[in-house]
Write a protein that binds this ligand. Structure first.
Ligand SMILES: Cc1ncc(COP(=O)(O)O)c(C=O)c1O
Length: 394
């Protein structure tokens, strides 16, 4: 795959949306920081994913980017939704989305959120523990429940399995308990970790599902839903498997799935659908040299938009370039890029090559920034999150 080689010159990869090309962004006149999100790209990614996985229902993971305009676009495309809280459900309700079309995949939920979402008409809930089942039986009696399996997520950038998931043997016992509590044993789910970089993760997870289904068959339980979760990777700077490669692996693993394939197949992607659709535009507040090190101070840092740089202990690289025209290697020097707050831990990039002339008033462009940027952003120290700017409306 051709990548933006931000270390040398601006060379756009073939998939880069035209509307997000540097010249187009330079012409946009908005106060920084802002996040330009191209809805045309979102529609294209949705079409690609759903075509690659025919017969699989898509539930967009709201947490990834919960902007109402984006949710409306997914609704228009016919996507269903996955939520982690009642507040996320309420955003969907504002758009007229029927809670029946929504999955609640957070496995440990506030009791009040269970009761409120159930009263609103949501009926399917994830769980991975006994405690949650008792809560669900009390606040959503008779609800359909799906167990989250712990799977190997070691090839993802953002693993989730330490916090979530039950082992296969435990999952079986939990579904039996669910039945005895009057709940409906409905399905099984897993998450291979966000930004998963191998296809084998899905193959192994689906094989683990097969072992669970076999055990449950002996108990007279047939599951109706297999939810393959999220984790589909977006293109940043490193190469990742394509959605087509992942879909092929999933299809062949499902083909081998015994003793049966649940009637409803689901995915709940976030990052793949929205990351590449957006560029974050930050303004340079100041450029300083500290002990020989070049520092660029931006109006956007880890706390108001770039939290994922913290979660990956500075291993995370976005496509990056500036509004300066000097892209030649000879004109570039290494920079440490930091945020606007009074804290040093909002520093986002180390040793990135940017024009030596970079200075206050310039802009920095951070590509593939549509996922987990706005949704993590706070107003720490009074610095606002980037304002979303939508383009490419249909
Ligand atoms: C339960 C659940 N589903 C779906 C997602 C979306 O994952 P991704 O953005 O990696 O596709 C997440 C992300 O954390 C999640 O926790």
């Amino acid at each position: 795959m051709q990548l933006i080689d931000h270390q040398i010159r601006l060379q756009l990869p073939t998939y880069w949306p035209r509307a997000l090309e540097p010249e187009a962004l330079n012409r946009m006149d908005h106060p920084t920081p802002f996040l330009v999100c191209d809805l045309e790209t979102v529609r294209e990614r949705y079409a690609h994913l759903t075509a690659a996985l025919p017969g699989v229902n898509c539930y967009y993971a709201v947490k990834c980017n919960p902007e109402l305009e984006l949710l409306a676009a997914f609704d228009q495309l016919g996507s269903s939704f996955e939520v982690a809280s009642c507040a996320e459900l309420q955003m969907l309700q504002k758009l007229g989305v029927d809670p029946e079309r929504v999955l609640y995949s957070n496995t440990v939920k506030p009791a009040a959120h269970i009761a409120e979402s159930f009263a609103a008409g949501l009926w399917r809930y994830a769980f991975d523990s006994e405690g949650e089942l008792y809560k669900l039986a009390q606040h959503a009696p008779g609800a359909a429940v799906y167990v989250r399996l712990r799977v190997d997520d070691s090839t993802s950038l953002f693993p989730l399995s330490r916090k979530f998931g039950a082992e296969a043997q435990e999952a079986r016992a939990l579904l039996l308990l669910a039945r005895s509590l009057g709940l409906r044993p409905y399905g099984v789910t897993f998450h291979v970790g966000s930004q998963c970089t191998t296809t084998t993760a899905w193959r192994q997870a689906i094989a683990a599902v097969g072992r669970l289904l076999s055990r449950l068959s002996g108990d007279g339980i047939t599951l109706e839903m297999l939810n393959l979760g999220g984790g589909f990777p977006a293109r940043y700077v490193e190469d990742v498997p394509s959605v087509d490669q992942i879909a092929n692996t999933i299809e062949s693993a499902l083909h081998e799935l015994l003793p049966y394939r649940p009637e409803l197949l689901a995915v709940e992607p976030g990052r793949y659908l929205v990351a590449e659709s957006a560029v974050l535009v930050g303004g340079v507040l100041g450029r300083e040299v500290r002990a020989g090190e070049n520092w660029a101070y931006l109006d956007v840092g880890a706390y108001n938009g770039l939290m994922e740089t913290q979660q990956t202990v500075n291993q995370w690289r976005y496509p990056l370039w500036s509004s300066r025209p000097d892209h030649a290697a000879a004109d570039q020097v290494p920079f440490t890029v930091t945020g606007p707050s009074c804290d040093s831990s909002d520093t986002t990039f180390f040793g990135v090559h940017l024009p030596a002339t970079l200075d206050a008033g310039d802009r920095l462009y951070i590509g593939s920034a549509g996922a987990y940027t706005l949704s993590y952003a706070s107003h720490f120290n009074g610095f606002p999150p980037p304002s979303p700017v939508f383009i490419g409306r249909s």
